[in-house]
Design a protein around this ligand. Structure first.
Ligand SMILES: [Cu+2]
Length: 231
């Protein structure tokens, strides 16, 4: 189940281009904040923040205080409504999700319309790639093929969060967070190919952010794709 995050921001409301201090808590069954976390993908909590319109994305690992407060600071680039998602695992429990919202003050610029770019070259700095989505067993397989600028497969990707990459998938409609996981727990990808499986609830347009580590830098490759679930 998804729990509702209690979100505290300083300043409140946050303003664009200035540092915001965030403190988040996850209400537990007894009404008190969840305070004991297990490591999940090498971290106690993963905070994903996405602006409405899906044009801004941040993936942060907040500090976890003894009382369960998740704290971090972030500079929101634009005004508008942000959706916050926390991936975590309470001690003795299973992988869970908490979500919330935050309004950043000011006139929110309209995000560019989402246009499918699944067949187009992706790049972040000196890393290039492309992504392919194929339906498989009620889920979608999302495969990234990463290369250098010359198109040569990246043989030296580094492990990131316990696998060879991390994928966040959100539906364009309703901003539903989709559970996605790497298909392999291998700690190398000599051919530069990293595959994920995502449990897409319905047909529709999705945006995914593939994140990889190369030369100790986190590479983020966003892709937009339409998904047609098999009848
Ligand atoms: Cu994370």
């Amino acid at each position: 189940m998804t729990r509702t995050l209690a979100v505290n921001a300083e300043p409140s409301p946050p303003v664009p281009a200035k540092t915001t201090n965030l403190a988040l808590t996850i209400p537990g069954d007894d009404g008190k904040p969840v305070a004991n976390f297990e490591l999940l993908h090498e971290k106690l909590a993963h905070l994903i923040m996405i602006r409405e319109g899906l044009d801004e994305f941040a993936h942060i690992h907040p500090d976890v205080a003894a009382d369960g407060r998740l704290t971090t600071s972030h500079t929101f680039p634009k005004a508008g409504r942000y959706h916050l998602f926390v991936d975590y695992q309470p001690r003795g429990g299973t992988a869970s999700m908490a979500s919330g919202e935050l309004m950043v003050a000011g006139e929110a610029p309209l995000a560019a319309p989402l246009i499918e770019n699944i067949d187009q070259p992706l790049s972040d700095g000196d890393v290039q790639g492309n992504a392919k989505v194929t339906p498989s067993d009620g889920a979608a397989k999302i495969a990234f093929r990463l290369t250098d600028k010359q198109g040569k497969p990246l043989a030296d990707l580094q492990p990131y969060l316990g696998a060879m990459g991390h994928l966040v998938v959100v539906s364009a409609k309703g901003m539903e967070y989709v559970h996605a996981h790497p298909l392999s727990e291998a700690k190398t990808a000599p051919d530069g190919i990293v595959e994920f499986q995502a449990h897409l609830p319905t047909s529709g347009l999705y945006k995914a952010w593939g994140q990889f580590r190369h030369n100790d830098r986190i590479v983020t490759l966003p892709v937009v794709f339409a998904y047609q679930s098999k009848p």
